[in-house]
Design a protein around this ligand. Structure first.
Ligand SMILES: [Zn+2]
Length: 288
């Protein structure tokens, strides 16, 4: 089986993107896994700090690896937005395939310094782990907000500049880069997510020379995704839409037979709703 780096490089070459979806439980994981298996495309499973605390980093690593080995499908695990060095090291030791050190709320120099430290710690534990760095703050929670988060990069002067991106990547020696290009975490009540700055993606891609990752994919228009992938995005993160789907499925099954108490009979609707969203997104990202 190809390594995660080979898979991402291949996506980069073919101008498609690998889908990344977060999980909090087995129902979410099953929905994502079934979608990827049905479409026969690679997929990334993500856990944020909060999700990892609930699932367990070692447990998530074993679950994802067991699916990859038993079903021979390219499913990999990424530690999403890891803020502390302790979490970074735990993810590396647990067997994550990729780790994001998120210093995007820090100033440029501080972000460089901490990201560099994360790269060196991770590579010391396992040099094949792909390390991702972020420049430009895009909010931090995957939920439905009343309005865009305080301090998030929305106006064009706050978005990641190609020259800063080049400097950041060169100094930190990260493998993957996540810029702020109009994308935001979460979705917003009564408001659409902002448009992506496609020309900025193209310019950043040209200067950094490593695969680009688009965070905050939930709520972005299909046309923007297609243009962003064409301009150089090789991985797309989706979380909020998965959470909405999970909730929809759970609500429906809990409202059904009031006497049903068997969890494995209640969860399948959540699995099905998650799968539906992931199939749609994977078709778009992989141009199927
Ligand atoms: Zn993200």
């Amino acid at each position: 089986m190809k390594s995660l780096l080979e898979i991402i490089k291949n996506a980069e070459k073919k101008r498609v993107a690998v889908g990344h979806f977060n999980i909090s439980d087995l129902a979410g994981l099953k929905g994502i896994f079934e979608a990827a298996r049905e479409l026969e495309v690679p997929v990334l499973i993500g856990t944020s700090d909060g999700e990892a605390e609930f699932v367990g980093r070692y447990q998530a690593a074993v679950l994802v690896r067991s699916l990859r080995e038993q079903y021979k499908i390219p499913i990999f695990l990424k530690s999403d937005h890891t803020h502390e060095m302790r979490g970074v090291c735990e993810a590396a030791k647990a067997g994550y395939d990729s780790i994001i050190f998120d210093g995007s709320k820090l100033g440029f120099e501080e972000n460089v310094k901490n990201t560099k430290k994360a790269v060196s710690q991770i590579k010391k534990i396992n040099k094949s782990i792909l390390v991702e760095g972020e420049l430009g703050y895009i909010g931090s929670s995957s939920k439905i907000f009343d309005k865009p988060p305080e301090g998030a990069a929305i106006s064009s002067e706050d978005l990641t500049k190609p020259e800063d991106a080049a400097k950041f990547v060169k100094e930190t020696k990260i493998d993957l880069f996540a810029p702020a290009v109009g994308n935001l975490h979460g979705m917003f009540k009564g408001a659409k997510n902002p448009d992506l700055d496609i020309e900025r993606i193209r310019a950043i891609k040209k200067t950094v020379g490593i695969p680009l990752v688009l965070h905050g994919g939930s709520g972005i228009k299909d046309g923007d995704f297609v243009a962003a992938i064409e301009a150089g995005i090789s991985v797309v993160h989706i979380n909020t839409e998965i959470r909405v789907a999970w909730r929809k499925g759970m609500d429906a099954s809990l409202k059904g037979d009031q006497d049903e108490i068997t969890p494995y009979k209640l969860f399948p609707q959540a699995v099905a709703e998650v799968k539906k969203v992931v199939v749609e997104r994977l078709r778009l990202f992989n141009r199927i």
